[in-house]
Design a protein around this ligand. Structure first.
Ligand code: FE2
Ligand code: FE2
Length: 181
């Protein structure tokens, strides 16, 4: 029976982590979500303009401001890690935002279908962000970057709250439609 395990568990508690491949990977992924947030901040006002229901319009307006905060929070993360905040193109967010664009192109203003499709597009974005921040937070934890963990957690909590808010709008929306039939 083997007494030792051959698989090395990366603890990241040593100073060596700073120069490790994993640290580089972590920074790269931060640059990726930095790009994603910056582009989302530009896309959300377009989605807001395209929406009809006052609740959805307000939700987009609120999340535009929050997204601006996510950008600033990431800049703090870069600072703590002594890295320059640079954006690296995020193909996933580009695709999600393209989808949002085609929804706007393919639907008419003032229709229920457009609002419903905008909610769907927005929730896909939130889930992408939740997945990203959740994993990055865990990586930061493993690496012992406590202050970075707190900052990423803060944004993660906000993305989750946004997702819940969008679900509530979606539910109210369907109920209203059903009531008007
Ligand atoms: Fe965000
Ligand atoms: Fe978000």
């Amino acid at each position: 029976m083997a007494t030792s395990t051959k698989t090395k568990k990366p603890t990241g508690k040593t100073g060596k982590m700073q120069n490790s491949e994993f640290h580089k990977f972590f920074i790269d992924e931060l640059k990726d979500i930095y790009w994603a947030e910056k582009h989302l901040a530009k896309a959300l006002p377009k989605m807001q303009k395209a929406a009809t229901s006052p609740e959805l319009v307000a939700a987009f307006e609120k999340h535009t401001k929050e997204t601006q905060m996510h950008i600033e929070t990431l800049e703090q993360v870069f600072e703590l890690l002594e890295e320059k905040p640079t954006a690296k193109k995020c193909d996933a967010m580009e695709g999600l935002l393209k989808e949002a664009d085609s929804i706007i192109e393919d639907t008419d203003k003032g229709t229920m279908i457009r609002d419903a499709a905008l909610i769907l597009a927005a929730q896909k974005v939130e889930h992408y962000e939740i997945g990203t921040y959740g994993t990055l937070r865990t990586f930061a934890e493993n690496m012992g970057h406590t202050s970075v963990v707190d900052l990423l957690q803060q944004t993660l909590d906000n993305e989750k709250a946004t997702d819940v808010a969008l679900t509530v709008i979606a539910e109210d929306f369907i109920n209203e439609e059903a009531a008007s039939e």
